[in-house]
Design a protein around this ligand. Structure first.
Ligand SMILES: Cc1cc2nc3c(=O)[nH]c(=O)nc-3n(C[C@H](O)[C@H](O)[C@H](O)COP(=O)(O)OP(=O)(O)OC[C@H]3O[C@@H](n4cnc5c(N)ncnc54)[C@H](O)[C@@H]3O)c2cc1C
Length: 388
């Protein structure tokens, strides 16, 4: 008996969607390549979760994103307990910004949203902020909101946990890229084809860079760089109380984010920083794949390192690496989640913030694929896609 659903995209949203469809009793095939062991020799596609750290938090500047995160965060421990795969570190999440300048609205948003949604949070400014988080040297006048349930997740491990639940519910995994789709027929890179009653396209930035048999979703895909600053075991112990941080540097039109010391698969401990004002846009799938084969941008790397040294001036850095990634911004500022026709559903558009809420986004993708209304799920938006 053929599959009812083929989910293309074994990333954060696609794997969560496959989990929810399989647990709803559907016959599901999840399609997508493994993370490459040697990126420089991989043809692509890659993924925006190939990392050991992603910030998680309930608080946000926008109520839709806060609801998506809160619903997902509330299920982390259950997913961990059911799979024995641990991915959530609640070391606290701090957001800090200025109430003037280009990002004043952002600061007002992450102060107002937790209050309006009744989320547990703490407001700090002035001496209270600098004494409580002495590891950070934040701009004068910064206003902070602290989320005790915030912290970080290991996106690779969370994806593995979702896949384990999908497999336990009877799903199949095909570790291959899709190169074409016609209705319910999916063509794989190795020449095989799969057929299903319905296909979910959850290919992240590749959904617009290389659409699979549907109109091009209106999204901008930016080639990002992150800096990984290696620190010693002693320094990591000294910084043991460091929360995850999102802040607005002085006179800056955008925010930066920082992950506390995390042990990476190479056994070393890194503090990671990211967030760029300007980064190149990927014009197509090949350009995106080529970007992931690099070590990221030198100039962006230098500028991020300068920001890191400024906000954590006392941290002793042993070595600095840069790495590539990609973020996908939609026209609406929210992910696109919708049935686009009787045989296909679109689930994409992380806007640089979907790792923490991938479980809920995957669940909404399953609702849409099963013919339900995501607008009726109480998130505060209908996740309607916009096409080019
Ligand atoms: C540097 C960086 C830092 C970030 N930090 C945070 C953070 O701190 N907190 C947070 O919540 N979010 C963060 N994000 C955002 C988050 O990682 C993304 O929003 C999330 O990964 C998007 O999920 P996705 O499933 O849409 O895409 P992905 O996770 O990229 O998954 C897409 C999958 O589709 C596969 N695919 C593509 N084309 C095909 C094809 N033709 N056939 C088969 N498979 C295909 C890819 O290989 C990939 O596995 C960050 C992103 C970046 C780049």
């Amino acid at each position: 008996m053929g599959a009812e659903f083929v989910v293309i995209g074994r990333g954060l949203m696609g794997t969560a969607c496959a989990r929810h469809l399989a647990e709803a009793g559907c016959r599901v095939v999840l399609v997508g390549p493994d993370e490459p062991s040697d990126p420089a020799r991989h043809n692509g596609p890659f993924g925006s979760f190939h990392d050991a750290g992603r910030i998680t938090r309930n608080i946000a500047h926008d109520p839709v994103w806060a609801r998506l995160s809160t619903r997902s965060l509330a299920r982390y421990r259950e997913i961990e307990a059911r799979t024995g795969i641990w991915f959530y570190t609640p070391c606290g999440g701090l957001m800090a910004g200025l109430d003037h300048g280009a990002m004043a609205g952002f600061t007002a948003g992450f102060h107002e949203t937790p209050r309006a949604l009744g989320l547990v949070h703490e407001r700090l400014e002035g001496a209270r902020l600098s004494e409580r988080f002495a590891m950070f040297d934040l701009p004068e006048g910064s206003k902070g909101v602290f989320d005790p349930a915030g912290g970080h997740i290991d996106p690779r491990a969370m994806r593995r946990a979702h896949e384990a639940l999908a497999l336990a519910a009877g799903a199949e995994v095909v570790a291959e890229a899709a190169v074409g789709r016609e209705g319910g027929t999916v063509i794989l890179a190795d020449g095989r084809s799969l057929s299903a009653e319905h296909v979910v396209v959850a290919t992240g930035g590749w959904a617009s860079a290389a659409p699979l048999g549907m109109a091009r979703p209106a999204m901008r895909v930016f080639q990002r760089t992150v800096v990984l600053a290696e620190i010693s075991e002693t320094e990591a112990a000294r910084l043991g109380d460091t929360p995850s941080l999102i802040w607005v540097p002085e006179n800056d039109p955008t925010d930066r984010y920082l992950l506390p010391p995390i042990r990476y698969p190479d056994g070393r401990i890194y503090v990671k920083i990211g967030g760029e004002d300007l980064s190149p846009e990927a014009r197509d799938g090949e350009a995106l794949n080529a970007w992931f084969r690099t070590a990221g941008g030198d100039e962006a790397g230098r500028s991020l390192l300068a920001d890191l040294v400024k906000v954590m001036p006392d941290m002793r850095i042993e070595r600095v690496l840069t790495a590539p990634c990609a973020v996908t911004f939609t026209k609406t500022g929210y992910p696109y989640i919708a049935r686009v026709d009787a045989q296909a559903t679109l689930l994409t558009g992380g806007n640089g913030a979907a790792a923490k809420c991938a479980d809920e986004l995957g669940r909404l993708g399953a609702v849409a694929a099963l013919g339900g209304s995501v607008a009726a799920e109480g998130l505060g938006t209908d996740f309607a896609p916009v096409f080019d």
